[in-house]
Design a protein around this ligand. Structure first.
Ligand code: AMP
Length: 249
């Protein structure tokens, strides 16, 4: 079985996002970029499935600028076998990502695709769902447990008020939730080895996919600054303020 994992290069989660002066988007110049945390979980899960003898190959794919090769190399250092960069300088919306992943999947024929539940830069939470719809295959989002069986995969999902377990026929698409696993760190020797692993770069135009944007960003703004708090002397003063100033009780 082959597993395809989608990894996105995003602003590192420890970095505070700065909005560009013209409010057209987030300023990504000279900031640390990393693999989307949910995608690290996706890579880890694919590796665990392979290590359990239930898959033979883990292929990671990223769509974006040339520097996404670093993100792919990180996944290769974690243990993935091969990488594919679909290269473009254009901003790619989730629908276009889903279409590109479909084009890659048609070439690679994976039985399982694992994506993050959402990218922490756009918080769209749609790519996996759209990709599965385009592939016309089963999908299970927000996975907190994955068990691969013969021609099927059982996925436990985190839903409001509890856990739901679905059994999907393969091929299938899964998106990862935070509690699925704890991704491993790449060890130095593996980082060195990863440099020699195959990484194909495909210009997006070669896939013949319509990536024209459907969305227009009107403006991006910082959240409003929080006003300073006040120290109260007693519980009764707090209750009085909640009643008469904040009017929340
Ligand atoms: P989103 O729907 O944008 O929140 O992204 C959900 C998931 O889709 C991510 O966690 C990735 O696994 C995948 N994805 C989105 N954009 C890309 C991209 N440019 N390259 C590779 N994978 C992506």
């Amino acid at each position: 079985m082959k597993i395809l994992v989608a990894v996105k290069r995003v602003l590192d989660y420890n970095v505070k996002a700065r909005v560009k002066a013209d409010k057209s988007g987030v300023d990504l110049s000279n900031v640390k970029m990393s693999m989307n945390p949910f995608d690290e979980i996706a890579v880890e899960e694919a590796l665990r499935i392979k290590e359990a003898g239930k898959a033979d190959e883990v292929v990671v794919v990223s769509i974006g600028v040339s520097q996404c090769q670093e993100t792919i190399r990180t996944a290769l250092a974690m243990g993935a076998d091969r990488g594919i960069l679909v290269e473009t300088d254009q901003e790619i919306e989730p629908l276009a990502v889903a279409k590109i992943l479909k084009a890659v999947a048609e070439k690679e024929s994976p039985q399982l695709a694992i994506l993050g539940k959402q990218a922490i830069d756009d918080d769209s939470n749609v790519t996996g769902q759209m990709f599965a719809a385009l592939m016309d295959c089963a999908q299970a989002t927000f996975a907190s447990k994955v068990e691969v069986g013969e021609g099927k995969v059982d996925v436990t999902r985190e839903i409001d008020g509890g856990l739901q377990t679905l059994s999907l026929n393969l091929p299938a698409v899964i998106t990862t939730d935070l509690r699925l696993n704890e991704p491993r760190y790449a060890k130095l020797p593996n980082i060195m080895k990863a440099k020699k692993k195959p990484l194909d770069v495909i210009p997006v135009a070669d896939l013949g996919v319509d990536i024209a944007p459907r969305l227009k960003t009107l403006k991006v703004e910082e959240p409003p600054e929080r006003s300073a708090g006040v120290m109260v002397e007693s519980v009764s003063e707090l209750v009085d303020k909640l009643k008469n100033e904040a009017k929340v009780i």
